[in-house]
Design a protein around this ligand. Structure first.
Ligand code: MSK
Length: 658
């Protein structure tokens, strides 16, 4: 039954209507996960194996222990995840350089203020120089961060002083982004690093090259090139697909092409061409993190998150799904072949078997985008019957860390003081980042939504990214009205600042924004002086990607307590489980715990938040310390006095009262 697989009614409707279509939901139920690999008890780093370390076999042919094998497997996952994010950042640096040289058709620098601020942070001279010259140096410095052999990546200077000193002492500073990945792959080659703790230290350093390197510079350069997000309104879910328009779904991660597709979709020539084929317009929608990129900056509606990708095509209404890199299911070709949908692969790194290949060239970006849209329009006359669920939800997105600071103090007094004060007083109990994917092994969006609901009911302010953000948005959690679900203290603060209790801060690369937000909270003062002091948690309820594991690792290395749902990928080695949870906590003040039971995961989250409050000497959290918030008081007044009299009371000005 579809509703055992997803809490999303649109997803269930499509699944129920396509019973002859095999999707990832079906494959997850028929294809059982390998129990040996799932526990990280399988070693295949050499060809004497694969060695299965089960039962009495507690060592591989070479003598590798379960702890060594689990640590190596985990490390390799993090290296792959860090590579994916960072390579995305590298491509953005190349684009920035091309734009600065005037060689990138259709792009321009949209946020000069951010360019100046990033240049300042990187120590690049700005006075008396042209914007393009500065951009060229920023792009070059970003690239240098990849190939640096000695020293450290530039962005570490954004961390708190205490954190920087700790990283230096523990030798956790990534030297160059690429160097750390290469070294980690070397260390985990057969017969090299054999000590689990030592492997895991290098794993943290590699992940740091992602969080404070590749991802952070990807976010910054995206903001410089495409604009720093600010709040905007949009819609979400499969119902955003249009029955009478050419539907193009952008899917993957990199904003470079999707930005151009957004621009080209309103080109009069293409609109006219769409009309000539009988369509009323060109409708763009997104899946996965490309969706988040174009949502955050342009309000393009997401059609869904990771597990919705096949379902969007199965509505029969998608003329083209345009994919670049990461999180693109290989099964999309089969689904697309059942309909008139063109699956268009665009990355030179990712050839998709059976897809139409239209490699994207940033030097001719606008022309590439137009050719893709034209190809989608050509498919429109072949469209058959459609099955678009009438399910949409409103949302507010677009909260960059800059905008969150701006909302708390305006242009000249941009600060995190109001937020810190609210946490210190106990109006806000703590902060949580709910991030990550969908995973076909668990019910789609169930963990994400339950966790967010419980957190805000208990006065925890939530920031969301990636498919967890789109997962939350589908159920109205990013609407201002969702404020009604929040605890009184949180609601009052959010109303005063003007932010929702669930704040969408971007794609999975934009988890770097969460590092920046937490660092700003720590440096603002009043809650300690480092991320490790804050009453804050990171939660990844439905992870499936190696990138999620890299994110969890860099957050832990930055002092955050991180909880993952689904399944513990190193569960076969209690030693490694303990090293990542407790060993890291003792070493860097953060760690990762896997807890598939959502209720127990929430207990751990609240326990950590409250213990950090106590350690920092903050007021003990009491949901009723400040009574009900203003709007609840008004409700109570209205009940007591009747609406007219109550409205008269709370709208009376002081002058009228006197
Ligand atoms: S897309 S990495 S499923 S968040 Fe970033 Fe979503 Fe996870 Fe892919």
């Amino acid at each position: 039954m579809a509703d055992e697989r997803s809490v999303d009614s649109a997803a269930c409707e499509v699944l129920d209507g396509c019973e002859d279509l095999v999707t990832s939901f079906d494959r997850a139920s028929t294809l059982k996960a390998c129990p040996i690999g799932a526990e990280s008890l399988c070693c295949k780093v050499c060809y004497m194996g694969p060695c299965r370390l089960v039962g009495k076999n507690d060592r591989g042919v070479c003598g590798a222990t379960r702890a060594t094998v689990a640590a190596r497997n985990f490390a390799r996952s993090v290296a792959a995840g860090a590579s994916a994010h960072s390579d995305h950042g590298r491509d953005l640096a190349f684009t920035l350089i091309a734009v600065a040289k005037g060689e990138a058709q259709g792009y321009r620098i949209r946020d000069e203020a951010k360019l100046y601020s990033v240049a300042g942070m990187l120590g690049i001279k700005t006075e008396g120089r042209s914007v393009n010259d500065i951009a060229l140096d920023v792009g070059q410095e970003a690239l240098d961060n990849f190939g640096r052999q000695r020293g450290k990546v530039s962005y570490l200077s954004r961390a708190t002083k205490r954190r920087q000193a700790l990283w230096e002492k523990l030798e956790l500073e990534p030297r160059g982004i690429d160097r750390e990945v290469v070294e980690l792959l070397h260390r985990t080659h057969m017969g090299v690093d054999q000590d689990a703790e030592h492997i895991l230290d290098a794993t943290m350093r590699t992940a740091m090259g992602d969080g404070w390197g590749g991802s952070m510079l990807a976010t910054d350069i995206s903001d410089i090139l495409f604009g720093t997000p600010s709040p905007l309104q949009s819609k979400i879910n499969l119902g955003v697909l249009q029955d009478d328009q050419v539907n193009i779904v952008v899917h993957g991660h990199e904003p470079t092409l999707s930005e151009m597709i957004v621009a080209a979709a309103s080109d009069p020539e293409l609109l006219e061409y769409a009309e000539s084929k009988g369509a009323k317009g060109i409708n763009l929608a997104g899946i996965c993190c490309t969706a988040n990129e174009v949502l955050m900056r342009h309000g393009i509606p997401p059609a869904g998150n990771f597990l919705s990708q096949e379902l969007a095509i199965a509505t029969g209404s998608v003329e083209a799904m345009v994919v670049d890199v990461q999180c693109i299911m290989q099964a999309l070709t089969d689904v697309a072949n059942r309909f008139h949908t063109k699956l268009i692969a665009t990355s030179k790194k990712a050839k998709v078997e059976g897809a139409e290949y239209m490699p994207f060239d940033e030097h001719k970006a606008y022309d590439s985008a137009k050719a893709i849209i034209r190809s989608a329009i050509d498919a429109y006359p072949q469209r058959g019957a459609t099955r678009i669920p009438a399910v949409t939800e409103e949302l507010i997105a677009g909260f960059s860390h800059e905008y969150i600071g701006y909302m708390q103090g305006g242009l000249y007094r941009n600060s995190f003081r109001p937020l810190n004060d609210a946490v210190a007083s106990g109006r806000i109990r703590g902060l949580a980042g709910v991030v990550g994917c969908n995973n076909a092994r668990v019910k789609q969006d169930e963990g994400i939504t339950k966790i967010i609901r419980e957190l805000i009911r208990n006065d925890v302010l939530v920031v969301v990214t990636g498919c967890a953000a789109t997962g939350a948005a589908k159920y109205g959690y990013l609407r201002p009205e969702f404020m009604a679900e929040a605890g009184a203290g949180l609601r009052e603060v959010c109303e005063a600042i003007g932010i929702p209790p669930v704040v969408h801060v971007g794609s999975c690369v934009d988890n770097s924004r969460i590092l920046t937000i937490l660092t700003q909270c720590a440096t603002e003062g009043g809650l300690g002086d480092d991320i490790a002091d804050l009453p804050a948690v990171g939660i990844c309820p439905e992870y499936m990607s190696e990138k999620a594991v890299a994110i969890g690792t860099y957050c832990a290395a930055s002092g955050a307590y991180v909880l993952f749902g689904v399944h513990n990928p190193v569960g076969g080695s209690p030693e490694v489980v303990d090293l990542i949870a407790n060993g890291w906590m003792n070493k860097v003040g953060g760690g990762i715990v896997w807890e598939p039971d959502i209720d127990k995961l929430l207990e751990l989250a609240f326990k950590h938040i409250d213990s950090k409050r106590e350690e920092a000497g903050l007021a003990e959290y009491d949901p009723m310390r400040f009574g009900e918030s203003g709007d609840r008081l008004i409700e109570a007044l209205e009940k007591q006095l009747g609406q007219e009299q109550a409205v008269g009371l709370y709208t009376a000005t002081p002058a009228a009262e006197s």
